[in-house]
Design a protein around this ligand. Structure first.
Ligand code: MBD
Ligand code: FE
Length: 306
C-alpha cells in the first residue's frame, strides 16, 4: 500500500468507526502513531513473525517492569528532557541547575529529615567509602531558599536500589531533606556504584541486539522543589567513573559532575567520627521561579510508593 492508501485505511478503522464520545487528543495520537507504524511495516516489509515479536517484546518488558528502563535506554527519557530544555530556553530561562532524567527507580514516601541526614543503614560500613554531600538551594538571583525540599536517592556499592533490591531495608539510601534556615542541606551516605541493566532482562536483550551496553556511571538522583519554584529533576555523576560520558541512558551533562574531594585530614575525620578517608561533594542547586508561560514542571508518571 502507499501512504495515501494507509491514511485512508486508518481513517476507515479509527475515525469512521467512532460512535460514542471521542477524546480528540487520544484519537489524534492514535491515528498518527498507528499510521506511522503501518507505513514503517510497509517500508521495511515487516513480516508477521517480526510484528508479533515486537508486540510480545513490549508485553514482556511490561511484565518484567522494565518499561521505564526501556524509555531510559532508548533515549526517549533524554529526548523529553531535550524538549523541556528547548521550551525553557524559549521562555528565557537560563542559569539554573541543568535537569536530567528521573529514571525508573524513584520511590515516593522516603523519611523526611530536617537539614541533615544519614542515608545509609550502616550495613556497608568498612565496605563502601563514606560520601558526604552538602550545599545550598538558591533561586536564580542567588538567594537561598530556606525549607526547600531535596529528595535524594541512589544505589549502594553494588549498583542496587532499595525497594527494587529486597535485600536492603526500606528507604535505604533514600531521604527527603528539608533545607535549613540558610537553604542548606547536608547528608552522609555511601559512595554509589554504577548501575547495570538486569543481564537477562528484556532491555538488556534489546541492547545486545543493538551492540550496546546497559551501564550507567555512578550517580545520585535529586528532586528539588520549593513553593513558587519550578521542580528540578536532576542527578550528579561521580567524576572519574569509566562510564561518565558513556551512559546508556544519556543522562550525563556538563554542570552535573562536581569535584569529589578526598578528605583524609585527621581533624576532619575526628569531627565526623570516621577512621578512614572519605569523599566529599559540594553542590548547590539553583531553581527557577514558576512561570505561567511554561508547562508545569512536575511530571506525572506512575511511581513506586513504600
Ligand atoms: C538507574 O539507576 C537510572 O538512574 C536510570 C536512568 C536507568 C536505570 C537505572
Ligand atoms: Fe539511578
Amino acid at each position: 500500500m502507499n501512504n495515501r492508501q494507509i491514511d485512508q485505511l486508518i481513517d476507515d478503522f479509527l475515525i469512521k468507526t467512532a460512535r460514542g464520545k471521542v477524546n480528540p487528543r487520544v484519537q489524534q495520537v492514535t491515528v498518527r502513531l498507528l499510521g506511522d507504524l503501518f507505513k514503517a511495516i510497509e517500508d521495511l516489509d515487516l513480516q508477521p513473525n517480526e510484528i508479533w515479536k515486537g508486540l510480545e517484546y513490549l508485553a514482556d518488558t511490561g511484565i518484567a517492569h522494565e518499561m521505564g528502563l526501556l524509555a531510559a535506554g532508548l533515549g526517549l527519557e533524554r529526548f523529553i528532557d531535550i524538549r523541556a530544555d528547548e521550551a525553557d530556553a524559549r521562555a528565557g530561562l537560563q542559569g539554573g541547575t541543568p535537569r536530567t532524567i528521573e529514571g525508573p527507580l524513584y520511590v515516593a514516601g522516603a523519611p523526611v529529615c530536617q537539614g541533615v541526614a544519614r542515608l545509609d543503614d550502616g550495613s556497608e560500613d568498612g565496605k563502601a567509602e563514606v560520601l558526604m554531600m552538602q550545599g545550598t538551594v538558591r533561586d536564580e538571583h542567588g538567594k537561598p531558599l530556606p525549607g526547600a525540599q531535596v529528595e535524594v536517592w541512589h544505589a549502594n556499592s553494588l549498583g542496587n536500589y532499595s525497594f527494587f533490591d529486597k535485600s536492603q531495608p526500606a528507604f535505604n539510601l533514600r531521604r527527603t531533606l528539608i533545607a535549613d534556615a540558610e537553604g542548606c542541606y547536608q547528608f552522609r551516605s555511601t559512595m554509589p556504584c554504577g548501575y547495570g541493566c538486569p543481564p537477562e532482562g528484556p532491555v538488556q536483550q534489546l541492547l545486545n541486539q543493538l551492540g550496546r551496553h546497559g551501564r550507567r556511571p555512578a550517580h545520585v538522583h535529586f528532586f528539588v522543589s520549593a513553593p513558587g519554584y519550578r521542580m528540578l529533576t536532576t542527578q550528579i555523576n561521580i567524576d572519574g567513573d569509566e562510564y561518565l560520558w558513556d551512559d546508556f541512558a544519556f543522562a550525563s551533562r556538563d554542570g552535573l559532575v562536581p569535584a569529589v574531594k578526598k578528605i583524609s585530614d585527621a581533624q576532619q575525620l575526628k569531627t565526623h567520627g570516621l577512621s578512614k578517608p572519605f569523599s566529599s561533594i559540594d553542590f548547590d542547586f539553583t531553581l527557577y521561579q514558576e512561570r505561567s508561560t511554561l508547562p508545569g514542571s512536575e511530571v506525572e508518571r506512575q511511581r513506586a510508593r513504600a
